[in-house]
Write a protein that binds this ligand. Structure first.
Ligand SMILES: C[S@@+](CC[C@H](N)C(=O)[O-])C[C@H]1O[C@@H](n2cnc3c(N)ncnc32)[C@H](O)[C@@H]1O
Length: 212
């Protein structure tokens, strides 16, 4: 009886953690995702309480497969989760300096482990909200699979503050679900940058790109 009560408590705590919880309280259950991205093998340590622990999400995959990276300079993955997008960018161009940011401390810890595991020595991961942890840097490229479950205000802030975080001619690339990417997201990109195009679409997702 005592055991059953304990089990229920643990389950309830698990449910209380969203993937965007800042300090997950649930005991982590770890996983390992082994996958191929742009023809190269990657391994990601994942955990409960972090976005898409069982596999690289389809939207994440589309962003990685289609992202355009600068020849040199700095890249930001905002809302990095366990780091798939930014780490792939860092591995595909080892001369880039790649910054990963997430509000979830467990995600940031995983992203650091994953950078090392995948030989991405040109990566730094910082914990905090939106652009706060990197407000002393401007980037040549910003990538994001945004936290829609955290609410539209957060996603709008990622888009509207992006230009001030970017060098001239830098690209802002975000993957969104096609169902909601229509008018609503395009007009947010237009407002922030004055331009937007769809660079890829597949599996119910599309990648929107704006140039500063
Ligand atoms: C949809 S997930 C994408 C994770 C990862 N980029 C991927 O594609 O697997 C969005 C991420 O944004 C993070 N997030 C939510 N609110 C945030 C905020 N205010 N600032 C920074 N990151 C945030 C969440 O913790 C989550 O890891």
């Amino acid at each position: 009886m005592e055991e059953r009560r304990k089990e229920t408590v643990i389950r309830n705590t698990d449910v209380a953690d969203h993937y965007f919880t800042e300090h997950p309280k649930s005991k982590p259950r770890y996983g390992l995702v082994q996958t191929s991205l742009r023809g190269r093998r990657f391994e990601f340590l994942t955990a409960s309480g972090v976005f898409s622990m069982r596999r690289v999400d389809l939207g994440t995959r589309l962003l990685i497969e289609s992202m355009v990276l600068p020849a040199e300079g700095s890249v930001l993955d905002v809302g990095c989760g366990y780091g798939a997008v930014g780490i792939a960018a860092a591995v595909f161009n080892l001369s880039l300096q790649v910054m990963l940011v997430d509000v979830n401390e467990r995600a940031v810890w995983l992203a650091r482990q994953n950078a090392t595991m995948n030989g991405a020595h040109n990566v730094e991961a910082r914990r905090g909200r939106l652009y706060e942890p990197v407000n002393d840097i401007v980037f040549d490229c910003i990538l994001s699979n945004p936290p829609l479950s955290a609410g539209m205000e957060t996603v709008k802030a990622i888009i509207s503050h992006a230009p001030e975080m970017m060098t001239s001619k830098a690209l802002f690339q975000m993957v969104v679900k096609s169902k909601i990417a229509g008018e609503r997201f395009c007009s947010l990109f237009e407002e922030a940058f004055g331009n937007v195009k769809v660079s890829a679409r597949e599996s119910g997702y599309r990648v929107l790109v704006s140039k500063k």
